[in-house]
Design a binder for this molecule. Structure first.
Ligand code: PMT
Length: 413
């Protein structure tokens, strides 16, 4: 009878996921060795890529023995054709995980610098989700340059695991520790399992403000940046949905893969949503639609020096309310509620009036969340009056939690 080797990594047949692990030079690199094992415990096949500095801290042969695959440390080596190994690996992987992710690598990934195998491989990404696990000294972690790079990377839809707090190699007790390998492996598998959860589902998302002209150079609008709605659209794309994004004017790059419909006014947004509503299965209405517009927009610029200017405002059409009679069986409609007081009461009233299946309410009077910020905190209210909280987090994480809740509701139908 053939003997089995209890410590040999699981063969590809036993694996359900394919993970590339990028390893950088940080003291917590020792945890990356264990991470390979924890990923294998969760049925992941792991291929390791190391930076040159990382290879000076732990010999690549250690990762080779653990992963059962050659370890690539240089653009001019690797399996098969050296010049295309970074592309081949991108074709193979289902997740690109970088742990530990140093300040240096975050900077290079954020800015698209490709000067070694790991960074070149990142640019060759073919849609696999990216999980970054930073670990560094607490002051480095808080440095505005690092935080700005993290915002760029999160803006691309990458998942950033927050470092843990505790004693660091430098002697400080601070945030900056690499989370425990089992926790990182759990997050990696959670991402892999979320992938495809909305495969083929037609999703319509609205985002950003609308602008209501007053004259050819002036308009009424609000503080919406579009960040929340774009994060909702990106997350749906990541899960395999077919996404249409109807967006008011923002300074944001449309998510690649989405059918992008730019609009300006509330009337244009209403028309764009109505035209696409019947064919969507899920609508997430995150746009901050202007509630009022000028009763009359002037044909030419109003000159100053004409004294006080009294504007007559009239209400715009309520897009969600207008969809109630059109809503088909099986369609799921999620609205947002931007509140400054009586959050629950107002959100539940909107849920009822607008015929919603879910309302995601945010307290926009809170510092650091809501309009314009990269962060948010949401309370989800369901038609039975129950409430689920999504605590303050990046808008990417809020979007993820929102889709987890929507998917659960869709699966329960
Ligand atoms: O864009 P960011 O800077 O990232 O900020 C995010 C956000 C604060 C804009 C977002 O989280 C949010 O709360 N979006 C909804 C803003 C809003 O208009 O809320 P409301 O409570 O006024 O409207 C309730 C719902 O009705 C919303 O889903 C809205 O899209 C919809 N509505 C509103 C007015 C209107 N004429 N027609 C509508 O359908």
């Amino acid at each position: 009878m053939a003997e089995t080797n209890p410590v040999a990594p699981s063969g590809p047949a036993a694996c359900t996921h394919r993970v590339t692990l990028g390893v950088c030079a940080g003291i917590s690199i020792y945890k990356a060795c264990d991470l390979v094992r924890r990923l294998q415990d969760r049925r992941c096949e792991v291929k390791v890529v190391m930076t040159a500095h990382a290879a000076r801290m732990v010999a690549p042969v250690t990762f080779q023995a653990l992963s059962g695959h050659p370890v690539i440390t240089d653009l001019f080596e690797g399996s098969g054709e050296p010049s295309i190994a970074h592309i081949e690996l991108a074709r193979w992987e289902e997740l690109f995980l970088v742990a530990p992710a140093t300040a240096n690598i975050l900077g290079k990934l954020a800015r698209g610098i490709a000067d070694d195998f790991l960074t070149t491989h990142y640019l060759a990404n073919r849609g696999a989700p990216v999980l970054l696990v930073p670990a560094m000294n607490g002051s480095m972690w808080r440095h505005p340059a690092v935080q700005e790079n993290l915002r760029i990377l999160e803006g691309r839809g990458h998942v950033v695991l927050q470092p843990a707090k505790g004693s660091l190699a430098c002697g400080d007790v601070d945030e900056g520790r690499l989370p425990e390998p089992a926790a990182v492996a759990n997050e990696a598998v959670a991402i892999l399992e979320r992938e495809g959860g909305l495969q083929g589902v037609k999703v319509l998302v609205t985002a950003g403000p609308t602008r209501e002209p007053v004259d050819p150079v002036r308009f009424l609008s609000n503080r919406s940046s579009g960040k929340m709605g774009y994060a909702v659209a990106r997350e749906a794309l990541q899960r395999g949905a077919k996404v249409t994004l109807v967006s008011g004017p923002t300074g944001l790059e449309p998510p690649s893969g989405a059918d992008f419909v730019p609009v300006v006014t509330a009337a244009q947004m209403a028309e764009a949503v109505r035209a696409r509503f019947r064919e969507c299965q899920v609508l997430v209405m995150c746009a901050a639609v202007a509630d009022y517009r000028a009763a009359q927009s002037l044909a030419s610029k109003r000159k100053k020096g004409k004294g006080a200017w009294q504007l007559d405002l009239e209400p715009t059409e309520d897009i969600l309310e207008g969809l109630v009679p059109l809503k088909g069986k099986g369609q799921f409609v999620c609205g947002f509620a931007a509140e400054t007081e009586d959050l629950k009461q107002n959100a539940l009233a909107k849920l009822k009036r607008k015929g919603l299946d879910l309302v995601a309410a945010n307290d926009v009077s809170r510092e650091g969340v809501g309009f314009e910020s990269d962060r948010n905190a949401l309370s989800l209210f369901w038609p039975d009056g129950s409430e689920e909280r999504i605590p303050e987090a990046s808008k990417t994480d809020c979007a993820r939690a929102l889709w987890d809740a929507i998917q659960e509701a869709l699966n329960g139908r």
